[in-house]
Design a protein around this ligand. Structure first.
Ligand code: FAD
Ligand code: SF4
Length: 473
């Protein structure tokens, strides 16, 4: 160990900034906003770490990446060693380094954050992973007698199951409803935050390990849990929670009102962002309103700017302080030109004679007493409404579980919110040898929590069905 928490008293170099595309350039393209550290930047930032005896950062990581140890490898300029250390706990660091909410996790706990800026753990993780992106994954093709495991859905929870199980010698097949694998990593998170080739590379590595991908298979329709159990030793359900919520107000079925889920899917999965090479049906909108203030709302708003909108407004019934989106995402959105209409609640959408959206009527709000969540409750100001012209309204109010697979599997126990109940330690559902994890268990959450759930289920599946433990990839 190079130091102790006593060293926090010494003057440390400032946190190394992330180089980014300029705001007025990046708001017109879909290339990645954050450009990544150079080697010198990474080594300088790594040298800020105190190598604490009790690394608090690790306690903030949902999958317990040995953060102190991987940073120590970087300080020694051993990028291979740093990569091996990270991947002992996290199979997809190039993804997590980009999209994890580190400020609430590892960086939120880092001792340096108590009096200054925490070590940029996410940026270092991304640096290491990007340097190793073209690595050849150790192949572990399953033998003839390998037990077979099926995953339904191909988001991060299933990818984590597939990675761990296939490395342990099991044959894994993934059944995905869409025509491309990756879940929200592909059709939700825009390429300016998570380039599609980063995800494609990880999927390619899984294929090289022998994982089978069966696309356009709808669990509950094309295949069922029962039919899979006839040929597979275990089934993992990782179908996410992709059914969008709506406002339930007049005019919501006008042309020009869409869910964020549909809007982002058409642009990301349908590749509208690569127009004119791809030309899926998507209405770009000139004056766009986005209802909601979470990360999905920020993604939709920033995407709308890049699709050529003249104005984009976030509509939110509370104030900026209560916005659930990550601070960095809000700042990036604002720098790029997104405007914020706070203390405003949509009352109704108005259309023309062709049933096309032309405006949204907003109720002005004020903040009252705190509610059960501790946030001040918004309440309408009597008689104060405004009409905002808009031709595209994107509703980003969260999602819930999709019933297609659940209804086709009646002996799967669900909680009263419609999510699958699992054993916390193993991820096993009420059906023996059927596991579940990710958003379909927790409700909409994060990539790293979905991966963590996948790894837990994989550990149990490996214990039951594999001949050997998983080697590190
Ligand atoms: P998902 O990623 O939702 O994948 C589920 C997969 O199952 C999908 O491919 C779907 O097509 C498939 N499927 C569904 N039903 C069936 C069926 N019946 N049969 C077969 N396949 C089916 N998290 C972060 O940590 N950081 C972020 O920056 C972030 N940004 C986000 C931005 C957006 C726009 C969205 C929507 C979410 C974001 N999240 C973010 C949340 C994160 O992406 C999810 O928590 C995570 O992807 C959940 O993983 P999962 O494996 O449970 O399922
Ligand atoms: Fe300590 Fe922060 Fe380094 Fe973790 S990242 S070992 S908490 S200084």
């Amino acid at each position: 160990l190079r130091g102790s928490t006593m060293e926090t008293k010494q003057k440390r170099p400032n946190r190394v900034s992330m180089p980014c595309q300029a705001a007025d350039v990046r708001n017109k393209n879909f290339d990645e906003v954050a450009l990544g550290y150079t080697e010198e930047m990474a080594f300088t930032e790594a040298s800020r770490c105190l190598a604490c005896k009790k690394p608090l950062c690790m306690s903030g990581c949902p999958v317990e990446v040995p953060i102190r140890d991987f940073i120590a490898r970087l300080v020694a300029r051993d990028i291979d060693g740093a990569f091996e250390t990270i991947t002992s706990a996290n199979s997809f660091p190039a993804i997590c380094g980009r999209v994890c909410p580190q400020e609430n996790q590892c960086e939120g706990k880092c001792i340096l954050g108590k009096k200054g800026e925490p070590v940029a753990i996410g940026r270092l993780e991304r640096f290491v992973a990007d340097r190793m992106l073209t690595r050849e994954c150790r192949k572990s093709q399953p033998g003839q007698s390998a037990k077979r495991i099926a995953c339904i859905g191909s988001g991060p929870s299933s990818l984590a199951v597939a990675g761990a199980c296939s490395r342990a010698g099991l044959q894994v097949d993934i059944y995905e409803a869409m025509h491309e694998a990756g879940g929200v990593l592909i059709y939700g998170i825009p390429s300016f935050r998570l380039p599609k080739d980063v995800v494609a590379r990880e999927i390619h590595n899984l294929e090289a390990q022998g994982v089978g991908f069966y696309l356009n298979y709808v669990g509950g329709r094309t295949v069922t849990v029962d039919s899979l159990l006839a040929s597979y030793a275990a089934v993992f359900i990782g179908v996410g929670a992709g059914l969008p919520n709506f406002l339930g107000i007049a005019g919501e079925n006008l042309l020009g009102v869409v869910s964020a889920n549909e809007y982002l899917t058409r642009i990301n999965l349908g590749r509208a962002f690569q127009f004119p090479t791809y030309d899926p049906p998507v209405f770009p909108g000139r004056h766009v309103t986005v209802c909601g203030a979470g990360n999905v709302a920020m993604d939709a708003a920033r995407t709308a700017l890049r699709m050529g909108a003249e104005s984009v407004h976030i509509i939110y019934r509370r104030t900026r302080d209560e916005m659930p989106a990550r601070k960095e995402e809000v700042e990036h959105a604002e720098e790029e030109g997104v405007q914020f209409a706070m203390l405003s609640q949509p009352l109704q959408f108005n259309g023309n004679e062709k049933r096309e959206l032309v405006s949204v009527e907003l109720q002005k709000m004020e903040l009252g007493e705190p509610d059960a969540s501790g946030r001040r409750r918004p309440k309408p100001i009597a008689g104060e409404t405004v009409v905002m012209p808009t031709d595209l309204a994107i509703v980003a109010l969260g999602t819930r579980s999709n019933p297609v697979l659940l209804e086709a599997t009646p002996n799967l126990r669900l909680n009263d919110r419609g999510y699958i109940i699992v054993d916390e330690a193993t991820g096993e559902t009420s059906i023996p040898n059927v596991f579940a994890g990710g958003d379909i268990v927790t409700g909409a959450a994060t990539v790293i929590l979905a991966m963590g759930a996948g790894r837990r289920a994989a550990k149990e599946i490996i214990t039951r069905f594999a001949d050997h433990e998983a080697p590190v990839c």
